[in-house]
Design a protein around this ligand. Sequence first.
Ligand code: ZN
Ligand code: ZN
Length: 304
Amino acid sequence: MPRPEIEASRIAKLAAINIAVAFAVVAIKYAAYYVSGSVALFSDAVESIVNVMTAVAAFAAVRISAKPADDDHPFGHHKAEFLAAMFEGAMIAVAAVLILIKAHDAFVSGVTLEQSTLGIGLNIVATIVNGTWAWLLIQRGRLWRSPALVADGQHLFTDVITSVGVVIGLILAVITGWHVLDPLIAALVALNILWMGYRIATQSMSRLLDQAASPEIAAQICEIIAGNGHGALQAHDIRTRQAGRALFIEFHLVVPGTMSVEEAHEICDRLEHSIENAIKGSQVVIHVEPEHKAKPDDSGAVPI
Ligand code: ZN
Ligand code: ZN
């Protein structure tokens, strides 16, 4: 097993700080809504509350997915992170509906904005905190290949973009005196995050259903097999599936039928080590076959 332990503990630490940051942002954004009575600022605060809940889910998922394989789950617990990402998608949908209800009410009953400058100022402070944090989460999540952290960071980043839109819209509402802009902005925020939630959920679903490695990784695997498989004749039926930070790889290796088990095993060990060293988090299983099992080159087989 390659060394994911150090990174797992770093990810868990980052997920814990994430919760604290999310709480702080919620407090500031809610204060912004409280002093101004703006539905648009409310929509922004609600989105941040969702962030707190999803940060807790991500924290739990990261801890679960870092657990080593056991008798119940011999391939590890990596997929817990996809479940957290799907939960996040669902929470976003709930938040969007809440905002739409409030925007509708405000639209029907009319809006008066109070202390809008203070509200907007507070929201800008929260947005700067959020933006910095989102950038850090995405960067670390990609580095450590943690889908939950990347999903969290991407979600936070839409939060930042919508906050900017909300602030610009509110400034317009104050300048023009068209306070009806406030619930309209809130409704736009709701639709936008609904779209984001849909994307996060469908992306995780695809990966939960054993999505293959990217074409770049697939090409890298073929290259390593061709370069390190001397003694063997061909590899075919290469299949990959991602599970969080783990990548499971399996293929058939054609060797001369007269080759000893000893020799064939040596080639397998060499290939397994080369691939597992080159591709972080990968685990390789090889099925050995005699030459009459070789497949034509156009079947995607890799000649060695
Ligand atoms: Zn075969
Ligand atoms: Zn062995």
